[in-house]
Write a protein that binds this ligand. Structure first.
Ligand code: 3PG
Length: 306
């Protein structure tokens, strides 16, 4: 029987683990869970005899792939797959899949929640501002961005988006005005929310070239990846733009330096929380299990990313 490892350094909700078990038991697959591990060596040991893996942001490196001699498929229960060495996986004939859209609503709700939290001065008693009437630019227009757009529309924000890989009609159909230049994103938005993957093209791309363009009252929203930000340049933005604010679902490495002078203009979750809901865990975990079964039983490669 095929054997599946569920390796989650940040564990799924119990109901999601139960869902995964139910999917795998229905086809008589064996499984083991490795949860909350802190030593990468534990992952190396756990993959030794498995045919498939379900992971979240767990790092699937060349060493992990080398240790997993029987591995055929890695299912990333989530959207981003920058944690998986795709080249090394392809070289070893290992299929990598993600589960796009399955945790999108959870991330979108957190995005809006963090925007309101900082706009209302962290609910600390001081007067804040409202989102209604402000311009929100979605940088990237995938599943999460579209849901953020719908929620923001309900609040009364004015919506724009930029995504070179998505047709303008998709945006206009959602009531979102397409932008065609990166500079326009930063000149237009009172809020810019990042919704693109971290890769060679996008890493550190949020730098002074674009941050220098923002207005006096501006909030950068990052529920994507911290690698998108040039952190030195962002510190400069805090220093030079008195109304520059940042909310993020992963703290920058220079958080202490920012907090030292600008603590009231930044909020970061203590650990990546965007997809950390019962519903998102059940959806993404269940989809990952089903995709593994579909691949092993029928060779179904839908959602393959390598
Ligand atoms: C994703 O890429 O799906 C999100 O960043 C969630 O990641 P997580 O599963 O580590 O919470």
């Amino acid at each position: 029987m095929p054997k599946v490892l569920i390796a989650t350094e940040k564990p799924f909700a119990a109901a999601a683990a139960a869902k995964i078990k139910a999917e795998l038991e229905a086809v008589n697959y064996e499984y083991t869970f490795l949860e909350s591990y802190t030593d990468p060596a534990d992952l190396l040991a756990a993959v030794a005899d498995v045919d498939a893996m379900i992971v979240r942001s767990d790092k699937v490196t060349e060493a992990v792939l080398d240790a997993a001699k029987n591995l055929k498929i890695v299912a990333r229960a989530g959207a981003g797959f920058d944690n998986v060495d795709l080249k090394a996986a392809s070289a070893r004939n290992v299929v990598v899949m993600n589960t796009p859209g399955q945790n999108a609503n959870a991330v979108a709700e957190l995005t809006i929640g963090m925007m309101i939290y900082l706009a209302r001065a962290k609910f600390g008693g001081k007067s804040g501002t409202e989102l209604a009437g402000k311009k929100l630019v979605l940088f990237g227009f995938g599943y999460i961005a579209r849901l953020v757009g719908r929620m923001a529309k309900g609040i009364g924000m004015e919506l724009y988006a930029y995504d070179p890989y998505i047709a303008n009609e998709v945006m206009t159909k959602e009531g979102v005005k397409p932008l065609s230049k990166v500079a326009d994103i930063f000149k237009t938005g009172d809020y810019v929310s990042l919704h693109m993957p971290a890769n060679d093209e996008t890493s550190r791309s949020i730098n002074w070239d674009v941050l220098s363009l923002v207005g006096d009252d501006f909030t950068l929203v990052n529920t994507a990846r911290k690698e998108l930000i040039n952190e030195d340049d962002m510190l400069k933005a805090f220093a030079e733009k008195k109304g520059f604010r940042y909310v993020s679902d992963v703290a920058p490495d220079n958080l202490d330096a920012i907090n030292a002078d600008y603590a009231d203009r930044i909020y970061c979750t203590p650990r990546k929380m965007g997809a950390q809901t019962l519903e998102a865990n059940v959806n993404a975990g269940g989809a990952a299990a089903r995709q593994i079964i579909g691949f092993i039983e029928k060779g179904d490669k839908t959602f393959k990313v390598n």
